[in-house]
Design a protein around this ligand. Sequence first.
Ligand code: HEC
Length: 134
Amino acid sequence: MTRSRLLAPLAVTAALVAGTALAAGPRDTLLAGYAAAAGAPASAARGEAFFTATHAGGKPDTPSCTACHGTDPRSAGRTRAGKPIEPMAVSANPARFTDPDKVEKWFRRNCNSVLGRECSAAEKADVIAWLAGR
Ligand code: HEC
């Protein structure tokens, strides 16, 4: 076996390992995308205020994100029908905000329920920034 035939696969493996270590995870990528669309860095403090606030414009029985998700993001929430909802805090539920389709689907549905409109990119970035650090 020649030296180059032996070393080439090693070089590819090394590049893959380095690439994996450097690449941001799906949650970081999603958050960065929302912040870029918002044109401003995300704020965890704003995200907490938004998530726990009582809003007008949505359905009367869901004036807040906490109406279903609960006030402690590390604990399970409950749907209006009483079905449990897994915690929103990433420390308690590492799968949160890792599937862009799921994140978009539920932001759309839930923001419409609570606010009567879609959430802005800034609001999405702020909420994820808060819950990623909780
Ligand atoms: C009517 C009940 C209800 C309300 C109110 C509600 N949610 Fe949810 N939310 C759910 C359910 C049910 C799911 C899907 C089940 C799950 O992911 O555990 C979900 C999931 C999500 C997800 C998906 C997260 C992921 O990656 O897994 C996001 C984002 C989200 N909600 C954001 C919000 C925000 C922001 C608000 C307030 C504007 C809000 N929700 C209000 C019920 C609600």
